[in-house]
Design a protein around this ligand. Structure first.
Ligand code: ZN
Length: 60
């Protein structure tokens, strides 16, 4: 399952820290939002189960 959480692709230039969003664009600057962490949430990742459990704890 892919992560729905995205991060502002330009946050390093425009923000002090990553701006996360569930939308396709950054809510603060309007830049494209990119998948926040494709590798950690890759289902092929041998450590994926551990990382997915981390992700679930961060969900509301
Ligand atoms: Zn932004």
């Amino acid at each position: 399952m892919k992560s729905d959480i995205r991060v502002c692709s330009a946050w390093r230039e425009r923000h002090d820290r990553p701006v996360y969003t569930l939308s396709d664009t950054c809510p603060e600057c309007g830049a494209d939002a990119a998948n926040s962490a494709p590798a950690p949430f890759d289902p092929e990742d041998p450590n994926g189960r551990y990382r997915r459990s981390l992700k679930e704890r961060t969900r509301p």
